[in-house]
Design a protein around this ligand. Structure first.
Ligand code: FAD
Length: 479
C-alpha cells in the first residue's frame, strides 16, 4: 500500500483541492496533516482573531474528513531546529517515519517567510528521496504567471486585471475526490492543545461567522441570492450586507476564487436578467493583484512600495491617539463605528477600512504599519498581501495608490455612504438618537455632544488635513 501525506495549511477544504486530488490519484492512502508552527512565520504569525478562525476552521475540516471515515491529524511542531526534529520539516519527517509515506503534497502559500520555509522543506524531503509536489489552490493564477509584455511585474491594477481576466473563465473547480482512503499519524495532537482560542471572552461576537468549507458555501449562497445583483452600488454602503463577506473564507482557503466564480455563473446561467458579475470578479482581481505585488516585492508589508515616499515625515508616534483609534473613541463617528465593528466581529466594511486608515495615516499622520499591525491582530480575514496593499493604498505609498493629497473627509463620506446614520447608530450607541446631521458630526452641537457622552474629536479635521498636505509637499520637495 502506498501512502502520501497531504500537508494542509491555508487550503482548509476538501473540494477543489488540487493537492488532495493529486495525492488520491497517485497513492492508495492519504494522510491529512496540519502542522502548527507559528514561529516559522515570524512577526506575521496569525494574530488573535485569525487564531480564533483557524481553530474553528480546523475543527470543521476534521468534521468533513470524518464523513470520509478519517480525521485531521494535528501536530504542534517543536521550536528546535529541523535537524533536531523541530519545525515543519521535523514534524513531516516524523510523520513520514511513522506512516511509511513516500510522498508529501501541499498547496502553495505566497507569504515571503512561508515561501522560504517551504522551499527548504521541499529540498530536504526531495533529498530524503520523497515525491514532493505543490499546487496552486488559492489564486486563479500563480503570481509569477502574469506579467507585462516586457516580462515585468505589474504595478498598476487595471492592466494587470485586463491580462488576468482573459485567463479565468476556462478554470473550473475540482470535485472532492471519492472515495478518500485516509490514514492516521500515531502521535498526533489534540486541536485544543494548540491553544488558538482567546482566553478573554472578546471573541463572543464572532459567533456570527461559520468558519469552514460549509460556512463558506452558505455565505456564497446568501450573496448569490441577494447582494450580488446590486453589488456595484451596494458594496459601498456599510449598513447593508452588500458584499460577499467571503474574505476570511478565502484567506483560509475554505473556498477558492474558481469555486466562487463557477457557482455564481451556474446560479445565473438559466435566468433572465442575470446581474453583471464583472464588478465582483474585478474585486477578486484585487486580491490576485495583492498577491502579485507581495510575490514580486516581498518587503511591502513593512516598507513603502513607492520609495519616494520614504522622504515623508510621519508625526511622532502618539500612543494616546493610537489607543483612542483602536478603541473606537476618536470622536469621529464613522471611524469609531468601524473600529468598534472590527473589535466586535473581527471584520470591517471595505469603505470604512479606507476611512479609518485615512484618519490614522493622514489626519493623525501615524505610520501605516501601526494600523496594519492592529488589523493583523484583530481581523479574521487578516491577509499579508491584502492588508499591506490596503494600508499602502490609503497611505499613498503603495502601487497604484490613492494619491496622498486625496484625503478622505470622514464626515462627507459618512453622509454619502451612511446617509441615515444606520451603521453609526448600530455601532456607536451614544449616537443612537442623534438627530439629522449630528450623527455624522456630533460636535456641531456642544450641548448634544455633552449629553450623549460621546467624545470630542481627537483632531480638527480641517487643520490636520492642511498639516498633512504641508508635510506631503515638503516630502515632494525633498532632494
Ligand atoms: P467583497 O467586496 O465581497 O469582495 C470579494 C473578495 O475580493 C474579498 O473577500 C477579498 O478577498 C477580495 N477583495 C475585495 N476588495 C479587495 C481589496 N480592496 N483588496 C484586496 N482584495 C479585495 N482584505 C483582506 O482580505 N484581508 C486584509 O487583511 C485586508 N486589509 C485591508 C486593509 C485596508 C486598510 C483596506 C483599505 C482594505 C483591506 N482589505 C483586506 C481589502 C477589503 O477591505 C476586504 O477584502 C473586503 O472588505 C472583504 O469583504 P468582502 O469579502 O465582503 O469583500
Amino acid at each position: 500500500m502506498t501512502t502520501a501525506i497531504v500537508w494542509f495549511r491555508r487550503d482548509l477544504r476538501l473540494a477543489d483541492n488540487p493537492a488532495l486530488v493529486a495525492a488520491t490519484q497517485g497513492y492508495d492512502r492519504v494522510i491529512p496533516l496540519y502542522i502548527h508552527a507559528p514561529h516559522e512565520e515570524g512577526e506575521w504569525a496569525p494574530g488573535a482573531a485569525s487564531r480564533w478562525w483557524l481553530h474553528h476552521s480546523l475543527a470543521s475540516l476534521d468534521t468533513g474528513l470524518k464523513h470520509h471515515r478519517g480525521a485531521l491529524q494535528v501536530v504542534a511542531a517543536s521550536t528546535s531546529a529541523p535537524a533536531d526534529g523541530g519545525g515543519s520539516l521535523g514534524a513531516l519527517r516524523a510523520a513520514i517515519k511513522a506512516t511509511g509515506a513516500t510522498a508529501v503534497y501541499f498547496n502553495l502559500l505566497y507569504d515571503p517567510l512561508i515561501r522560504k520555509r517551504d522551499e527548504k522543506v521541499r529540498k530536504a524531503l526531495e533529498a530524503d528521496g520523497l515525491d514532493v509536489a505543490s499546487f496552486n489552490a488559492s489564486l486563479w493564477c500563480n503570481p509569477w504567471e502574469t506579467s507585462t509584455k516586457e516580462g515585468e511585474p505589474y504595478r498598476v491594477f487595471t492592466p494587470f486585471w485586463r491580462n488576468l481576466r482573459t485567463r479565468i473563465d476556462e478554470q473550473g473547480p475540482l470535485d472532492t475526490p471519492a472515495p478518500l482512503h485516509l490514514g492516521t499519524v500515531p502521535k498526533s495532537d489534540d486541536l485544543d492543545s494548540l491553544a488558538l482560542l482567546p482566553t478573554l471572552d472578546w471573541a463572543k461576537g464572532f459567533d456570527e461567522w461559520t468558519p469552514g468549507e460549509e460556512g463558506a458555501q452558505e455565505m456564497l449562497s446568501l450573496f448569490a441570492d441577494d447582494a450580488v445583483g446590486h453589488y456595484d452600488t451596494g458594496r459601498d454602503l456599510p449598513a447593508r450586507h452588500g458584499t460577499s463577506r467571503l474574505s476570511p473564507h478565502l484567506h483560509f482557503g475554505e473556498i477558492s476564487p474558481r469555486q466562487v466564480a463557477d457557482r455564481l455563473r451556474a446560479h445565473f446561467a438559466r435566468r433572465k436578467n442575470a446581474p453583471d458579475l464583472e464588478p465582483y470578479l474585478r474585486q477578486l482581481g484585487w486580491r490576485e493583484f495583492g498577491h502579485h505585488l507581495l510575490w514580486h516585492f516581498p518587503d511591502t508589508p513593512k516598507k513603502n512600495f513607492n520609495k519616494k515616499f520614504d522622504a515623508f515625515r510621519w508625526a511622532k508616534r502618539d500612543a494616546h491617539a493610537l489607543r483612542r483609534w483602536k478603541q473606537g473613541k476618536t470622536g469621529i463617528p464613522i471611524v469609531d463605528a468601524g473600529m468598534r465593528e472590527l473589535w466586535a466581529t473581527g471584520w470591517m466594511h471595505n469603505r470604512v477600512r479606507m476611512l479609518v486608515a485615512s484618519l490614522l495615516t493622514k489626519n493623525l499622520r501615524q505610520h501605516w504599519v501601526l494600523g496594519e499591525k492592529w488589523f493583523w491582530d484583530t481581523l479574521v480575514d487578516a491577509d499579508l498581501a491584502n492588508n499591506a496593499m490596503g494600508w499602502q493604498w490609503v497611505a499613498g505609498s503603495g502601487a497604484d495608490a490613492s494619491p496622498y493629497f486625496r484625503i478622505f473627509n470622514p464626515v462627507t463620506q459618512s453622509e454619502k455612504f451612511d446617509a441615515e446614520g444606520a451603521y453609526i447608530r448600530r455601532w456607536v450607541p451614544e449616537l443612537r438618537d442623534a438627530p439629522g446631521r449630528l450623527v455624522h458630526a456630533p460636535w456641531e452641537d456642544a450641548a448634544f455632544l455633552k449629553r450623549s457622552g460621546y467624545p470630542s474629536p481627537i483632531v480638527d479635521l480641517k487643520s490636520s488635513r492642511e498639516d498633512a498636505l504641508t508635510a506631503y509637499q515638503k516630502a515632494r520637495g525633498a532632494p
